[in-house]
Design a binder for this molecule. Structure first.
Ligand code: C2E
Ligand code: MG
Ligand code: MG
Length: 274
């Protein structure tokens, strides 16, 4: 993995998949999350958990992180050309990128080069990042906010849960970890934790996203608990760029069809977004 990663970028073996983030109230796609994959010549499609930790150790993460941001920006532009509107994209940023290297300059340079308005980009970082160096974390966050990008705390609820940072840091979105969603049907405790996390986020005026939604029950529970955005296999798996275009086309057609149904016909909007 370590040896191959050195060539993966030049050999164009890395690719981004995109998972739609769904506006829970309206059922439309509100944004995309870019998720990296490695099309390895021998191993097939390698998921990020198997190579991002190596990239972090070897320092390849800096070049990979820049490529991810650049590729995500290009997808924003190609989606605009295809569908006529700008769709926000979230990219995952490793704590190593956050705390070392020149993340702020890289983000600024890539956004300028690609001519992408910063508010369309959300950087997702886990809450553990700040524990490694709280001061650098805070400074980086503030500089990124000044650039105009949005910040999300990923895997919220399973890291170090010192809540004080929520009140001091310029964070736009909390992404509740899928560990609380996955066995919601069996676990009253998970349901209570989800409710508490959603209320915490809402009372601090953050956008709240739940990840790992796989079925109607979980969707319905989260919708009625006031969660803003949902993500998970229930709506869509992460998609290649080609499959994403097909998904968006399908969704456009569906929404156009719903628009045409007169209210008095008695056919209401479906409970399910899809
Ligand atoms: P994450 O950012 O929390 O991403 C969510 C993960 O959950 C993704 O796994 C996604 O495919 C998966 N997922 C989505 N919906 C469902 C569902 O309904 N059920 C279940 N069980 N899983 C679901 P993936 O793509 O394997 O990514 C794993 C992690 O790798 C990500 O977690 C993120 O931390 C990291 N990662 C992905 N892309 C990048 C990247 O470009 N840079 C960095 N630094 N890290 C990345
Ligand atoms: Mg993420
Ligand atoms: Mg996550």
């Amino acid at each position: 993995i370590e040896y191959g990663l050195g060539h993966a970028l030049q050999r164009q073996e890395l690719m981004l998949y995109y998972q739609p983030k769904i506006d829970m109230k309206h059922g439309g796609v509100s944004a995309l999350e870019a998720l990296i994959r490695w099309q390895h010549p021998d191993r097939g499609l390698v998921p990020p958990d198997q190579f991002i930790p190596v990239a972090e150790e070897t320092g390849h993460i800096f070049a990979i992180g820049e490529w991810v941001l650049q590729t995500a920006c290009r997808t924003v532009k190609s989606m605009q050309q295809e569908f006529g509107y700008l769709i926000p994209v979230s990219v995952n940023v490793s704590p190593i990128q956050f705390l070392r290297g020149n993340l702020v300059e890289t983000v600024q340079r890539v956004l300028r080069q690609e001519r992408i308005p910063p508010y369309l980009i959300t950087l997702e970082v886990t809450e553990n990042a700040r524990f490694k160096d709280e001061i650098v974390f805070m400074r980086t966050l503030e500089q990124l906010k000044r650039l105009g990008v949005c910040i999300a705390i990923d895997d919220f609820g399973i890291g170090y849960s010192n809540m004080a940072y929520l009140k001091n840091y310029p964070i736009d979105e909390l992404k509740i970890d899928k560990a609380f969603v996955c066995d919601l049907e069996q676990s009253v405790t998970n349901g209570n934790i989800l409710l508490a996390l959603i209320n915490l986020g809402k009372s601090l005026h953050k956008s709240v996203t739940a990840e790992g939604i796989e079925n109607e029950y979980q969707h319905s529970f989260l919708l009625h608990s006031g969660c803003d955005v949902g993500q998970g296999y229930y709506y869509s798996k992460p998609l290649s760029e080609e499959a994403l275009s097909a998904f968006m086309l399908d969704q456009q057609a569906r929404l156009a069809h719903l628009d045409r149904i007169p209210e008095e016909s008695g056919i209401g909007l479906p409970d399910q977004p899809f």
